[in-house]
Ligand binder design. Structure first.
Ligand code: ATP
Length: 310
């Protein structure tokens, strides 16, 4: 029986994000396209008698306010018999960037503990637990991440065939109502995270529908996605939250412009920001742009879709 597990937790970008209105529960009604990329945290989980969190990052809490801790607590309380988990987060995803760093760590903990303790919890039940942690966690549970164990577990719930695959979904509601799209690879994405963080709650709180002048066209995006026309689909990458974040921090607009000047078909902010991604077609443009952007932004990452078959 395995005692430790290492599971990859991929970041997401929002290829498109639209807000359809305000709900009676105070949340916004979303319509967004989420896509996992190969920028990953590595979550090490070891069987233990209590829950503990450590990480290599000073930017995230190591107590019960860490989303990974909350995930462990929920699953162990619901399905455990008094067992715990020692969790180490090897953090690579920029924090407070709009890349769902905390949510993906939480999703990886749910998956990992389910396997480690052989709880055999169904995908539906895991999805139900995940929605209690945060709106992005159900999406982060999708996909098939790389999992490494210290020994092979025989006759358990563990079924990772190592067919590593990222997920792309339309997310509606608060983000938890998911419609998966066919898996496609965007091979050249340049991600730039400026040197500040944004609070998701603050950005949503300041959103005003009347400031939106470009309405994202989900149907046009999906058509281009289905025929895998990267140039066409890139044109439909829009995010209405830029009306808030780029007003608070005009630097976001400057990064978008720089990426497009350097050859991105389109550059768009992810989530509530401030991370911005540019979709490139030509590798030589992407590599050159990486070099240029890196001079001003140390947190510049050249990535592709998660699990591009390797
Ligand atoms: P989203 O895209 O889901 O809105 P985000 O990428 O903007 O999220 P996170 O990186 O998840 O933001 O961090 C948001 C806040 O959550 C930070 O203040 C951070 O301290 C806290 N947090 C708690 N647990 C974690 C974790 N495991 N990883 C990152 N941040 C965490």
């Amino acid at each position: 029986m395995s005692k430790t597990i290492v599971i990859e937790a991929p970041a997401k970008i929002n290829l498109m994000l639209d807000i359809k209105g305000k709900r009676s529960d105070g949340y916004h009604e979303l319509e967004t396209l989420m896509h996992q990329i190969d920028l990953v945290d590595k979550i090490h989980i070891k069987k233990d008698s209590s829950i503990s969190i450590k990480s290599n990052s000073l930017e995230i809490p190591n107590d019960s306010s860490n989303l990974a801790y909350k995930a462990a607590q929920l699953i162990l309380r619901t399905y455990g018999r008094g067992e715990g988990a020692a969790i180490f987060i090897d953090k690579n995803i920029p924090v407070g960037a709009g890349l769902a760093g905390g949510s993906t760590d939480a999703a990886a903990v749910l998956k990992g503990i389910n396997i480690l303790y052989n709880y055999d919890i169904s995908d539906e039940k895991l999805a139900y637990i995940s929605a209690q942690i945060g709106s992005d966690v159900p999406f982060c549970l999708q996909g098939n991440p790389r999992i490494i164990m210290d020994e092979t577990v025989e006759g358990t719930a563990f079924k990772n065939d190592q067919n590593i695959e990222g997920s792309t979904c339309i997310a509606r509601g608060r983000g938890e109502l998911l419609t998966p799209l066919e898996s496609k690879v965007l091979p050249w994405i340049l991600l730039v995270k400026p040197d500040f963080q944004l609070s998701t709650a603050e950005v949503y709180g300041k959103f005003k529908m009347e400031n939106v002048h470009i309405i994202p066209d989900l149907n046009a995006f999906i058509k281009a996605w289905e025929i895998y026309d990267i140039i066409e689909l890139s044109h439909y990458c829009e995010n209405v939250l830029e009306t808030v974040s780029a007003t608070l921090y005009p630097e976001i607009m400057q990064i978008k412009k720089s990426l497009e000047r350097l050859g991105a078909v389109k550059a768009t902010m992810s989530g509530s920001g401030p991370a911005v991604f540019g979709v490139f077609i030509h590798p030589e443009d992407a590599l050159k742009a990486q070099q240029v952007m890196k001079e001003s932004y140390s947190e510049t990452y050249l990535v592709s879709s998660y699990g591009r078959g390797d």
